[in-house]
Ligand binder design. Sequence first.
Ligand SMILES: *Cc1c(COP(=O)(O)O)cnc(C)c1O
Length: 393
Amino acid sequence: MTDTRNTRTKLVHGGTRRSQYNEVSEAIFLTQGFVYDSAEAAEARFLESGPDEFIYARYGNPTVAMFEERIAALEGSEDAFATASGMAAVSGALMAMLSAGEHVVAARALFGSCLYVLEEILTRYGVEVTFVDGTDLDQWRSAIRNDTKAVFFETIANPTLEVVDIEGVAGLAHAVGAQVVVDNVFATPVFSRAIAQGADVVVYSATKHIDGQGRALGGVILGTREFIRGTIEPYMKHTGGSMSPFTAWVMLKGLETIDLRVRAQAASALALTDALQGHAKLKRVIYPGHSSHAQHELVARQMGKGGTVLSLDLAGGKAAAFRFLNALEIVLISNNLGDAKSIATHPATTTHQRLPDDQKSDLGITPGLIRLSAGIEDTDDLVDDVLQALAAA
Ligand SMILES: *Cc1c(COP(=O)(O)O)cnc(C)c1O
């Protein structure tokens, strides 16, 4: 597949490896290992294996390789390594690149498990971590030191949907030779241009938009060939967080439709935001792709569209938020996002329950806040459902 093809073509055909049967749909190679023609061939492959020469599924597998090549083509990165979950990707990328005594600067508004990796795990291994307000370039400027090895942030923070300026932070990080690692879940691989904008490493939870149908956990680390094969592959293959071939097949099929799904979801998220402007029961509606978002210009420049998630802050606090959730008929109460099914979450009592109250209010996680992940249902039906549930709230 040549690189000159457009995205949607690459998403259907990129990375395909056909067996001797010339199957149309990608095969699932559910095999842990591979047979060698001779002892000499085994010796040669262990000495040096080519891109389509496999040894053991923890190191690589044909179905997993198809997924890696397809997602790398979408992101515009040289290479990719598929992992067992999004957290295996986040922790693997950071653990593989950092050593004791090194310094990392990270945005404070992070997915709970990302915060745990930085605050509780890396520090136990002697990595120093400084947290900043990710939206404030001055804070990044003063926290990044000559010996900073990496910066880490979510390009759009969960659940308050604040946006970090990738080019701005990358400029500061690269000036001291630090690596820029971004968790890009909320931006989605469809709207991301993170590599072109200066990210050195991009990680995704494939559980979200890449599967997009709520079936499997997975993740992926994207970067230069040198970083993926030289730093990530040895770390992942020896620590065991590789993606299973069955999951890779689910994710490959997800990539075929991701562009169609995510664009439809983003259009519904924008339509919902429009329909909710000035609603009497809402203190605010947050959607990065809407002109009312404080960083709308940055969003337009950085990703064009605002992603698939919006947040609503109900004036009536927790009681009103719960009445709203319980009145929804189409939108499900759950905690995934990026799914074909629309999903609503009350972060203060679920995903962010463990945070102390002062940290919740610092991060804007108010008692009335609802995170709404737009699915691919009919837009008018979604708007009707949210409006009738607000009326009941
Ligand atoms: C879901 C998520 C993760 C973790 O992904 P898993 O696949 O659940 O391990 C990491 N970062 C962000 C921003 C997420 O939304």
